[in-house]
Design a protein around this ligand. Structure first.
Ligand code: PMP
Length: 315
């Protein structure tokens, strides 16, 4: 899905025209993947565009930076304000927000130069990542031959640019094999996650999701869904799970900021349940969308309406 350009991008403390937000071809991050980033959504609500768990995304961004020993040029408060500013300046009713901090043009040694760090934030309109149809009917997925990184290779808890080479190989393989998306195992062969989604499994009304030791990103939607599910009365277990659990599950679904709550209708060409969205996924999906769109109680202050700013406000 091509990006739908908006008008402004927040770059290094200023709003600049979308077309001017460019980098040099020798930018360190292009060569070595030395960036950390976030993907955040703001939903249209009766109170106008409203961020979902902005504070938690900003926190994860700073944790990713810390893991990579990156000395961020802005504070969490400044980047939070900047997220508000860029959504507001672009007059977006709903948005996908992509802050990224990366090492820029300096030397080409692999050791990055702190002075070259740059922060930018884009915000644009974006629909359902795996498609509207997928939300209702589910997607076909396959376990891919690429595994998630082993511990002691590079940290999967950090949301860093370079990590996504693994995700890209997974997704490309899935598409080639006729699947909508991939599921990867970790280096020991246990269930891990999708290229940009966390994985949930349901069996006998108990909800399971791979643990933090299975090379996953600690998804914010994963956390939200675990909390929503517990509130709905489900037992939720984070644990190490074997691949074959996929084949005996009553339901499977993905979660992610982009994928939201997407049911999985088949895995490795085997139907999951009766091959359509199951009742647990449906209940969680409904509770999730009611929550993010402000239709139900915001039980943990997860919603933060976009503060209106003048169209060309500058920090
Ligand atoms: N795993 C990976 C590898 C991801 O890129 C994402 C998307 N950020 C997720 C899981 C889901 O995380 P979240 O719910 O925070 O978007």
């Amino acid at each position: 899905m091509a990006i739908k350009p908006s008008q402004y991008i927040w770059s290094q403390g200023r709003l600049i025209p979308w077309e001017e937000a460019t980098v040099h071809v020798l930018t360190h991050a292009i060569h070595y993947g030395s960036s950390i980033f976030e993907g955040i959504r703001a939903y249209a609500t009766d109170n106008g565009p409203t961020f979902f768990r902005l504070e938690d995304h900003i926190r994860r961004m700073f944790e990713s930076a810390r893991i990579h020993r990156m000395d961020t040029p802005f504070t969490p408060e400044e980047l939070t304000r900047a997220c508000h500013q860029v959504v507001s300046a672009n007059n977006l009713e709903s948005a996908y927000i992509r802050p990224i901090i990366f090492y820029g043009y300096d030397s080409l040694g692999v050791v990055p130069q702190p002075d070259s760090l740059q922060a930018v934030i884009a915000a644009f309109e974006w629909g359902a990542y795996l498609g509207e149809e997928a939300l209702a009917n589910g997607v076909d997925v396959g376990v891919c031959s690429w595994q998630r990184p082993a511990p002691n290779t590079f940290p999967t808890m950090a949301k860093a640019g370079g990590n996504y080479l693994a995700s890209s190989l997974m997704s490309q393989e899935a598409k080639r094999n006729g699947f909508k998306e991939a599921i990867a195992l970790d280096s020991r062969g246990y269930l891990s996650e999708g290229p940009g989604e966390n994985l949930f499994l349901v069996r006998d009304n108990v909800i399971y999701t791979p643990s933090i030791v299975n090379a996953i990103l600690m998804g914010i939607t994963r956390d939200s869904v675990m909390q929503i599910a517990r509130r709905l009365g489900y037992e939720v277990r984070e644990q190490v799970l074997p691949r074959e659990f996929l084949y005996v599950a009553d339901e499977l679904f993905f979660t992610g900021t982009a994928a939201e709550v997407t049911p999985i209708r088949s895995v490795d060409h085997m139907m999951v349940g009766d091959g359509k969205r199951g009742p647990v996924a449906e209940a969680i999906q409904k509770a999730f969308f009611d929550l993010v769109t402000g239709k139900s109680t915001d039980f943990d202050n997860w919603l933060e309406p976009v503060a209106h700013q003048p169209a060309m406000a500058e920090v």
